[in-house]
Design a protein around this ligand. Structure first.
Ligand code: ATP
Length: 222
C-alpha cells in the first residue's frame, strides 16, 4: 500500500502543554481516511501542522509527504456566507484555479469550470449568487472550487456539520465518485458515525496524545 503521508515520532506542543507525543501513522493514498477523536483532542491542529510542514518543508524526518506543496487543498468548516455574498456560484468556484494570471478565465479554465460545475451538479445554478444557495449547494460549491485546484490531497474539516441527512450523503457520495475519478486522497475530520460507517476506508483515531490508524470497510462503493 502506497502512503501519501507518513508520520513517525512527531511531537506537537501548544504554548502551555504537549498536544501529541511521538505520533506515528500513515495515510494511505487514494483512500478516504476520517480523522476522529473527542472535541479538543487536536484534529484540526494536527491537520494544520501537517499542512504548514508541507508548505515550509520543515521537520522533514518526522513527516514524509509524497506530494508537493501546492497539491493539497484544505476545505474549512462551512463558513457563514452572508445572504448578500456578491459572487455568483461559477465565479466562487473559479477562485480555486491555481495558476490564474489574468483577471478572467482562459478558454481551458472555462472548459474545466463547466465540467466541474456539471460534476458537482451546480451547472443549472451557476449564475445564482452563492449567498442565496442552500447549505448543500454551498458545500458542493466548495467541493467544486477544490476540484478546480486539482489537488492530490483534499482535507475536509467537518464539511458536513451543518447539512441535513440527505445533503450529507449526497456530498459524500459525490466526493467518493470524484476522488476515484480524479485520483484524490481525502482526509475528512468528522464526528458523524453514520458517515464513518458508510464511507470511510480508514479511520485515524486520536486519543491520549497519540493516533492509531484503523482499516474500515466502507459500505458505499462507487
Ligand atoms: N494556537 C493555539 N494556542 C493555544 N491553544 C491552542 C492553539 N491551537 C489549538 N489550541 C488548543 O488545542 C486543542 C486542540 O484544538 P483543535 O481545534 O485542534 O481540536 P479538535 O480536535 O479539532 O476539536 P473539535 O472537535 O472541537 O473541533 C484545544 O484545546 C485548543 O484550545
Amino acid at each position: 500500500m502506497e502512503n501519501i503521508i507518513s508520520v513517525n515520532g512527531l511531537d506537537i506542543d501548544l504554548p502551555d502543554r504537549r498536544l501529541f507525543e511521538n505520533l506515528a501513522f500513515d495515510i494511505p493514498k487514494g483512500a478516504l481516511t476520517v480523522i476522529t477523536g473527542e472535541n479538543g483532542v487536536g484534529k484540526t491542529t494536527l491537520v494544520k501542522h501537517l499542512l504548514r510542514d508541507l508548505k515550509t518543508n520543515s521537520h522533514r524526518h518526522f513527516i514524509n509527504f509524497s506530494i508537493k506543496r501546492d497539491e493539497a487543498f484544505y476545505m474549512p468548516q462551512i463558513r457563514n456566507i452572508d445572504d448578500d455574498y456578491p459572487l455568483a456560484i461559477k465565479d466562487f468556484v473559479a477562485l480555486g484555479f491555481k495558476h490564474r494570471i489574468l483577471p478572467w478565465n482562459s478558454k481551458k479554465m472555462n472548459t474545466t469550470l463547466e465540467q466541474t460545475l456539471m460534476e458537482t451538479r451546480l451547472i443549472g445554478l451557476k449564475n445564482n449568487p452563492l449567498g442565496k444557495a442552500s447549505g448543500g449547494e454551498k458545500q458542493r460549491a466548495y467541493l467544486a472550487q477544490a476540484l478546480c485546484f486539482d489537488p492530490k490531497l483534499l482535507i475536509l474539516d467537518e464539511a458536513t456539520a451543518n447539512l441535513d441527512i440527505s445533503s450529507k450523503h449526497e456530498l459524500l457520495q459525490l466526493l467518493k465518485k470524484l476522488m476515484k475519478k480524479h485520483d484524490i486522497t481525502v482526509l475528512f475530520i468528522t464526528h458523524d458515525n453514520e458517515l464513518i460507517e458508510e464511507y470511510a476506508d480508514y479511520e485515524l483515531h486520536l486519543a491520549n496524545r497519540s493516533g492509531k490508524l484503523i482499516k474500515k470497510e466502507a459500505k458505499f462503493h462507487v
